[in-house]
Ligand binder design. Structure first.
Ligand code: ASP
Length: 316
């Protein structure tokens, strides 16, 4: 018989970030070093977590600004392996805030798990006078243990986000995330989930899609359309060799004529081009929106990369 509820383990996977960061002075919120404390130490520092059966594993120890495809591959593989365990009910990932939305989107597209996978982070180092990491970690484990929870989720500053939707929108404030027009999925208040939208759903592409050597993954770069865009950057990237380009277009996905001409040249050389908007909210609308118009530029980069990886698979 399948095991249920709190008896099943919650695996906490550590990757570093400010939540594991330390500063020389408690009042220092910016001059700190991320990724200094191990995930075991983060868990041990929070007695309130003792009510759940937890297992902790260090997958990486980096500032998430330096996220690599190799770390992503390892995280996807470890998360998939733990998800497959009958005795595991949920996964929590501690991460940096800077690229949290990219990792969350990748995990959503590859795993879209039937069990909850909850990412959390912190805006202040663990040594801060009012560190936000411990509460965020407690909220993440609380959410992970929620009966019926599923999919890739994130929790920060008491707000619960769908992993496919969240975006970092502030470089300093504790409530640094939003989800564009979609809004939050819910909130954790005094250890209780209040939820006003359904759990994230999706068809997982599967962890095997990213099993190739990360050095061989398709190269996909992001270029922004702006006043004075002349396309020379695109020409330079194409000369170096690139598989895909994501354009952060202006407004409703329009690009400067100079940049547009360079993108046409790139297409002519077989480079895949995805058009998004550089607007911080909303999506590209209308007939020309294309497959990437509803994604942020960084999400579209992942989507394009996964699509190109899928094309390389031998036909079955
Ligand atoms: N640079 C840090 C990181 O993303 C910032 C943070 O975690 O808030 O790892």
């Amino acid at each position: 018989m399948a095991m249920e509820g709190p008896a099943r383990k919650i695996v906490v996977l550590g990757t570093g970030g400010t939540i594991a960061g330390t500063a020389a002075r408690p009042e220092d919120h910016t001059g700190y070093r991320a990724a200094q404390l191990g995930v075991q130490a983060l868990v041990a520092a929070l007695p309130a977590l003792q009510r759940w059966p937890l297992e902790a594993e260090q997958v990486a120890q980096i500032d998430s600004a330096d996220m690599t495809h190799a770390v992503w591959q390892r995280l996807v593989q470890r998360a998939a392996a733990h998800m497959a365990r009958e005795d595991v009910g949920a996964i929590v990932v501690t991460h940096g805030t800077d690229t949290l939305e990219e990792t969350a989107y990748l995990l959503h597209r590859l795993l879209a798990p039937a069990k909850p996978l909850v990412l959390t982070a912190a805006m202040r180092p663990a040594t801060a006078l009012q560190a936000d990491g411990p509460q965020n970690l407690l909220d993440a484990v609380t959410l992970a243990a929620e009966p019926g929870a599923r999919g890739v989720l994130a929790v920060m500053a008491g707000q619960v986000w769908s992993g496919a939707e969240l975006r970092k929108r502030h470089p300093y404030r504790l409530d640094a995330f939003d989800a564009g027009d979609a809004g939050a999925l819910g909130a954790i208040e005094q250890g209780v989930l209040r939820r006003w939208r359904d759990w994230p759903a999706g068809t997982p592409l599967g962890a095997a899609l990213v099993e190739a050597d990360p050095a061989q993954w398709p190269r996909v770069e992001i270029v922004t359309s702006h006043a004075g865009s002349d396309g020379r950057l695109v020409d330079a990237v194409c000369a170096q060799g690139v598989d895909g380009l994501v354009v952060a277009g202006v407004g409703n996905g329009q690009v400067h004529a100079g940049l547009g001409a360079a993108l046409e040249r790139a297409r002519g050389q077989g480079v895949a081009v995805a058009v998004t908007t550089r607007c911080s909210g909303g999506v590209v609308v209308g007939a020309g929106a294309g497959a990437y118009g509803a994604l942020t530029p960084v999400q579209a980069r992942i989507e394009l990369m996964l699509g190109l990886l899928a094309q390389r698979r031998p036909a079955r």
